[in-house]
Design a protein around this ligand. Structure first.
Ligand code: CO
Length: 159
């Protein structure tokens, strides 16, 4: 595994639409493994492939000891609304208040191309929505009602 550089919001690549993954091969597996190491080393909760400069529809989320590897993910159901403070590894030093669905259900593929579903509420629902947005070039700051400077670096998770 290797650490990859996390692109910042000033990089126009983060604004591009990622392409569907067609090859579930060793190269994809290396990407996912590198993303996990990169996310953990940055104390993140989630990471999308474009954040490491790869325009592929792949995201990872690590939540309460469960690792989600979601390839070609789509939201198939969402319910309710919640407003929560978000951060992003590509937007260092900031966080912001964003309105998201309270529940989302995802259809995706795993690293071997098999169909999977995942569902989440509360913070996990936010993580799914936030990471999937990255695949369409959307940052949470586009949706935030307010964005704040984080005064001192704390232990809050970033996506
Ligand atoms: Co993010």
């Amino acid at each position: 595994m290797a650490l990859r550089n996390i692109r910042s919001y000033t990089d126009s690549l983060l604004r591009k639409k990622s392409k569907r993954v067609k090859a579930f091969d060793g190269r994809l597996h290396i990407l996912l493994d590198d993303m996990l190491q990169t996310m953990r080393s940055a104390n993140g909760l989630g990471l999308a492939a474009p954040q490491v400069g790869v325009l592929k529809r792949a995201v990872i989320i690590e939540y309460e000891d469960t690792l989600f590897e979601l390839i070609n993910p789509e939201i198939v159901e969402s319910k309710g609304v919640q407003s929560r403070t978000e951060a992003c590894l590509s937007v260092p030093g900031k966080n912001g208040l964003v309105e998201r669905p309270a529940y989302v259900k995802i259809k995706a593929q795993n690293r071997n191309g098999e169909e999977i579903t995942a569902e989440g509420e509360e913070l996990l629902a936010v993580a799914f929505s936030h990471e999937l947005d990255h695949l369409d070039g959307i940052l949470y700051t586009d949706k935030a009602t307010e964005v704040f400077d984080i005064e001192a670096k704390d232990d809050e998770s970033a996506e």
